[in-house]
Design a protein around this ligand. Sequence first.
Ligand code: ADP
Ligand code: MG
Length: 332
Amino acid sequence: MELNEFSLIDRYFKRQSHYRQPGTLLGIGDDAALLTPGVGETLLVSVDTLIAGRHFPHQTSAADIGYKALAVNLSDMAAMGATPRWITLSLALPHADPQFLQPFSDALLALAAEYQLDLIGGDTVQGALAMTIQIIGSVPAGQIPLYRSGGVVGDLLFISGSVGDAAAGLQAVIAEQQDELSSRLILRLNRPTARVALGQALLGVANAAIDISDGVVADLRQLLRATGCGADLWLDKLPISEDLQRLPLAAAEKLRLMATGGDDYELLFSVPEAHRAQVEAIGQTLHLPLTAVGRLTEGADLTCWQKGERVAPKWLCRGGFDHFAAAGALLS
Ligand code: ADP
Ligand code: MG
C-alpha cells in the first residue's frame, strides 16, 4: 500500500468516528481545529517533545513510544490538577512505515480514549524520529490549579506511588536484561502512569505540586525555587516498590535511584499539616500510596535526613537524572 502524507493521516490518526469532548467543534481535516471551552473554565496548555535516542532508547517499541509520548503530557496536566481534554501531534518520521505507525497510533489513541481525549490535529513530516504532543486541559470555573509556587513553610511534602523503578528499568534496558523482574521495571520506564485523578483530587487540598520527570531531588529543587522555601527531605521515607526492593543492588544504590532517577511521573506535592487526613482519604479512594517524605522549611536549602540524622550523599549536589549519563547517547 502506498502511503502519502494524507492517506497516512487518515489511516492512522483520523480514526475517531466522533469527538468525545463536547467542546470540539472541528478536529482533524481543516487548517485549524475549533474548540469551545465551557463558561468560566480555565484552559491549561502544555507541550513536550520526545526525540529518539534522547528521550527514549532507540530499541523502544513503537507502541511504547506512542504510549509514553502521551503519558508524559498527561503527567503535566496531572501536576496542575487539570482535566486533560485535547491533544495535537506533530510527528517526524524517517519513512511512512506501517510497521511503526500502526502500533504507535494504536497505543497513543488507546491511551487517549482512556482519558476521553480528542486528537484534534497535528503535523506529519519526514525526518529523524521525533514527536511533539501538545495537550490542552481545563480546571472548572473558580478552581485554582496546582502551581509549583503555592507551597508554604511548614507544608508536608508527599510523593505518590513509588520512585526509582523507571531508573532501574533504564539500567535493565542498557544491560539488556530480560528476566521477569527487569521486564516489570522496564514497563515502568516505558509505560508510566500519569497521576491525573490524583492531581484533580488535590485541587483545594495541596498548595503546590510538580510531576517527577527528572528525579525527586531535581524536581523538588524546582518546586523550592518556585516557592522560595527550603525543605527537609527524609530519604528513608522515600517510597520503594516491591520490585525495586527485590533487585540485587546495594541499599545505597537503590536510594540513589529513588532520589535522583527520573521518568517515574509520580506527583510530588505540598500540603498544609491540617489537610493530612484528606490526603490519606484520597490515597485510599484512589488505591494509591501517598507517602510523607519531608517538609517545607524557612531558607532555601535542601537538607536530607536519614534515621533522624543529617546526611549529604555525594549525588545530592548533582541532584537528578544522572542515570541517563550511563546510557551514553541518552541525554534528558
Ligand atoms: P497544513 O497543510 O495546514 O499543515 P496538513 O496537511 O499538515 O495541514 O494536515 C492536514 C490535517 O491533518 C490538519 O487538520 C492537521 O491538523 C491534521 N494532521 C496532520 N498530521 C497529523 C497528525 N500526525 N496527527 C493528527 N492530525 C494531523
Ligand atoms: Mg502540516
